[in-house]
Design a protein around this ligand. Structure first.
Ligand SMILES: C[S@@+](CC[C@H](N)C(=O)[O-])C[C@H]1O[C@@H](n2cnc3c(N)ncnc32)[C@H](O)[C@@H]1O
Length: 196
């Protein structure tokens, strides 16, 4: 995690609810998947302001984030079964095979080193554990030019507008179990991978 990304999210935390309006329908779909899984230990990396935390209806939840400002908002809501910690997803402080599920909601294109993030997730996931990745993925059609044109702006907002999941070689450590697309252009997707 870079200091710049951390500063950005610390300063931007009060504006995040406006961004969240656009992300809500996909998050609802994500939680439909998560809440039908058998009870387990769940880690959410980049939990942000935690406004979605009430949507978790089962599981033992641990949420982490590097931004103290985002976590401060998240901890204002009191949920007895949810533990929130300041921690870097690229350098997890949990023992190997601690979790059944890991959630990355609009985080994988934000972290500095997605390779390291996925390696760490692979380490802390139990055998047959699952990872849920909700994000924008640059489509292999004309929309890639839109993502390209947004690149200078996206640097200011600390995310990768041009983002292909297959460009992260550590994703090959997982097996794709399910892919759900949202909208006509399939710009946002929910990808579910399993640890073999
Ligand atoms: C775009 S927000 C997404 C927040 C939330 N998951 C959501 O879907 O609304 C990205 C979040 O990831 C956090 N973040 C960025 N890099 C991180 C890292 N290396 N480890 C943990 N959290 C990180 C940021 O502080 C921010 O809160």
């Amino acid at each position: 995690m870079s200091i710049q990304t951390d500063h950005f999210y610390n300063n931007f935390s009060f504006l995040y609810p406006m961004v969240d309006v656009f992300l809500k329908p996909q998050k609802r779909r994500l939680f439909e998947e998560i809440n039908t899984l058998p009870y387990g230990q769940l880690l959410e990396i980049g939990v942000g302001n935690g406004k979605h935390l009430p949507l978790y209806s089962i599981h033992k939840i641990t949420g982490i984030d590097t931004s103290s400002a985002m976590l401060e908002i998240a901890t204002k809501q009191k949920y007895p079964n949810i533990e929130l910690l300041q921690m870097n997803g690229e350098q997890l402080l949990f023992p190997d095979q601690s979790f059944d599920y890991v959630i990355l909601s609009h985080v994988i294109a934000v972290v500095d080193d997605p390779e390291r993030l996925l390696q760490e997730i692979h380490r802390v996931l139990k055998p047959y554990g699952k990872i849920f990745i909700l994000n924008h993925f640059t489509p292999h059609n004309w929309l890639k030019y839109v993502d390209q044109s947004f690149q200078p702006l996206s640097r200011i907002f600390h995310f990768k507008s041009l983002f292909y999941i297959d460009s992260i070689s550590s994703i090959k450590k997982f097996r794709l179990l399910k892919e759900t697309s949202f909208g006509h252009f399939s710009y946002f997707k929910l990808l579910i991978y399993g640890k073999a």
